[in-house]
Design a protein around this ligand. Sequence first.
Ligand code: ASP
Length: 314
Amino acid sequence: MSEHALDSNGRLRHLITLEGLGRQHIEDLLDRACELRLAFADGACGPQLLRGRTIVNLFFEASTRTRSSFELAARRLGATVLNFEMSSSSTSKGETLEDTLATLEAMQADAFVVRHRENGTPERLARHAKRAAVLNAGDGNHAHPTQGLLDALTIRDRHPDFSRLKVTLCGDIRHSRVARSDLHVLGALGTGEIRLCGPAALMPPVDEFPGCRVFEDFDDALSGSDVLIMLRLQRERMAEALVSDEAEYFRRFGLTSERLRHAAPEALVMHPGPMNRGIEIAADVADGPQSVILEQVSNGIPVRMAALASLLGA
Ligand code: ASP
């Protein structure tokens, strides 16, 4: 965890990664997300915890769901939201990111939600921020902490005791920031067994996650799994085409209803989106009774509310 993430009272100041964040911090964020989910249920107008505060979305990489989810979370809590997209910002005129941040901080921005294709950009900005909080909305293949939290919340809703769970992540783990944040949160919550599966070329370096079991055969990995997290092929982060034949990939690693029978009965099917139907997951499984993919999307809002409110001391 970044040395800048906590203030002198041990309170969370920035949310850059879940790595090294203690179980208590994680449980507190998940509990707060549950309270906010209840307070805003069925379109209710919940507490306006961020009235008068300004949240800036700084997105340097395309995003639909994460940006809208952060924006809705902030607006529902009463904040003013500014959206900056790379193409229309001054950085395209040569301004440094640090200067952009300082300028917006001078306009009383309270928090920056940052997405960037390079690992480490949110952390760099956090180091530079004087007063504002920085939340990582996904950097390279490094971290996507709010996705990790919303995945944990979605699992916890059905299975509060992580120590009894076998969780399988399948797909392009090497290039996935979601996988890394999931692995950090699953580890912190004491998950019984974590399995990684995918072609060797898409596995993380062997020593990165020493506690995980690695499988090349998907049926073996699925056997008895309680939770399946399917990941997209992150072609935009591959230096070369590591998977040339998508039909063959689907045959070996695609989640079909027939395959799903190898997993524990009622195993949860998850995907962070965007989904490629027919490549990593069959359409009937994505839309089927075991899929909690849209619950993940819904849970993104209270999780982001909880993160914003906690970082801003609200
Ligand atoms: N939306 C997720 C991310 O930003 C997953 C993906 O793009 O496949 O990393």
